[in-house]
Write a protein that binds this ligand. Structure first.
Ligand code: B12
Length: 207
């Protein structure tokens, strides 16, 4: 693994910030820096699964990543071309509080000129439906990192269906463990592995 990913895995906070600052100075793109951080976070997750790290270390890793993101956000906001493209409603589903990845998607979407209605974390199905009705958005993004929340994603898709909005709204799911099988289970239109492919998907939908 690369140096930055290793430093994040080892929770070596100051080393992480130094490396991020160096990379910014060297002109490394914010997205490449995020990719490397992602690898570090996956390693933290693995150490947590095998009981080498505990919740306090998981929380500390999130804290470090959030500080990295506050350094990268001004760069991300400025990197993309701004066109008025369309509206996207997004949130982390009920039962799940992970939001670092979702917030990256939000920053990139806004940077590209999308109007984003970010409902935050632990969002119940009816709130998604309400926001879609109010905004008239054509895209719904659902984020989840816990496998226990897949049924909740399915529930949101069903709620959109029952509200009679399914024909006019494309539903994209994302979050580290999501894959094609989960997409099929939930009935969503697309799953995306990372923020950039998610943004490209939104652009395609509105093209
Ligand atoms: C940081 C972290 C936390 C932080 C979250 C802080 C925060 N504000 O988000 C804290 C400490 C709070 C936390 C809590 C918990 N966590 Co946690 N956490 C992580 C960790 C280490 C990193 C997640 C992260 O931020 N990654 C970095 C971001 C940038 O990546 P990302 O979220 O995947 O997002 C990218 C893409 O997926 C995509 N994306 C994300 N969302 C969307 C949405 C759309 C629409 C699109 C297009 C794209 C997209 O874009 C992003 C950028 O490319 C993961 C490990 C892992 N492998 O992911 C575990 C992990 C997700 N957590 C886990 C667990 C078990 C928990 C807890 C249940 C622990 C506990 N016992 O309490 C609680 C859950 C509480 C709850 N109800 O939600 C497990 C889940 C296992 C599972 N399969 O269900 C993991 C996988 C760790 C592990 N290996 O065991 N966690």
């Amino acid at each position: 693994m690369a140096e930055l990913a290793d430093a994040l895995r080892d929770l070596d906070e100051n080393r992480v910030y130094d490396l991020v600052d160096q990379k910014i100075d060297q002109g490394v793109s914010a997205l490449a820096i995020i990719d490397e951080c992602n690898a570090g976070m996956v390693a933290v997750g693995e150490l947590f699964s095998e009981n080498t790290y505990f919740l306090s270390q998981l929380m500390f890793s999130a804290n470090i990543l959030q500080n990295v993101m506050s350094r990268l956000e001004p760069i991300l906001e400025g990197t993309q071309k701004k066109d008025a493209i369309g509206k996207v409603v997004i949130g982390t589903v009920n039962g799940d509080i992970h939001d670092i990845g979702k917030n990256i998607v939000v920053t990139l979407l806004r940077g590209c000129g999308f109007e984003v209605i970010d409902l935050g974390v632990g969002v119940p199905a009816e709130k998604f439906v309400e926001a879609l009705k109010e905004s008239g958005a054509g895209v719904l993004g659902l984020s989840a990192l816990l496998s226990t929340t897949y049924p909740e994603m399915k529930h949101v898709v069903e709620a959109v269906n029952q509200a009679g909005l399914r024909e006019q709204v494309k539903i994209i799911i994302g979050g580290a463990p999501v894959n094609e099988q989960v997409r099929q289970f939930t009935g969503a239109d697309y799953y995306e592995e990372d923020a950039v492919t998610g943004i490209n998907r939104c652009k395609d939908i509105y093209r």
